[in-house]
Design a protein around this ligand. Structure first.
Ligand SMILES: [Fe+2]
Ligand SMILES: [Fe+2]
Length: 184
């Protein structure tokens, strides 16, 4: 991120507050509700990927990210609290589509193969990139709205999503892509 704390910029600090920007605040809250649905959905969806995967490294990586994902849900609950809003999820069509695609890949590939693992990594990285885009954008918006505590919570999750994505790349490059290439 180029700017760490625009809250110190007087031009923005005095001009842009939550009260001053009702439409933007509404959009922000709506996007948080969307992300809340997405994270809750992932808590249900990731265990399916863990049981479908074969590589021990891949299972371990998704299992540890499942634990982080539960924390992401908790952080969003804290965000709702800070915004003085009830934690209500709004269906995220994008995440529903991404997880459906992941389940489709599992159905179309053979159990116990590295090829299926590669498919799981591809689908999982699309999920992580969606999350990175969402948290990245909302983190910046929280800063604009002067919501420093919210911004900090979103940034913590953003960093974990980036790490999860890097971990998946590492597993693909050092392990399963080569195994899959040797499969018939
Ligand atoms: Fe997440
Ligand atoms: Fe994630």
């Amino acid at each position: 991120m180029a700017k760490k704390d625009t809250g110190s910029d007087p031009k923005f600090a005095s001009k842009t507050t939550v009260q001053d920007s009702p439409a933007l605040t509404a959009l922000f809250k709506d996007s948080i509700a969307d992300l809340f649905w997405a994270e809750n959905h992932l808590v249900k969806s990731l265990p399916k990927m863990i049981s479908a995967a074969t590589s021990a490294n891949l299972k371990k990586a998704i299992t540890s990210h499942l634990e982080e994902t539960k924390t992401h849900v908790t952080r969003l609950e804290q965000v709702f609290e800070l915004l003085d809003e009830k934690a209500i999820a709004k269906k995220c069509d994008a995440m529903e589509g991404l997880t459906k695609e992941a389940e489709g890949i599992v159905e179309e590939t053979e159990a116990g193969t590295a090829t299926r693992d590669v498919g799981i990594v591809l689908a999982s990285q699309k999920v992580e990139h969606y999350e990175i885009a969402s948290y990245g954008g909302l983190h910046q918006l929280a800063i604009t709205l002067g919501l420093d505590e919210v911004a900090s919570l979103l940034e913590q999750t953003l960093n974990e999503e980036k790490q999860a994505d890097l971990k998946l790349t590492e597993i693909a490059e050092n392990d399963i892509n080569y195994k899959a290439a040797e499969e018939a």
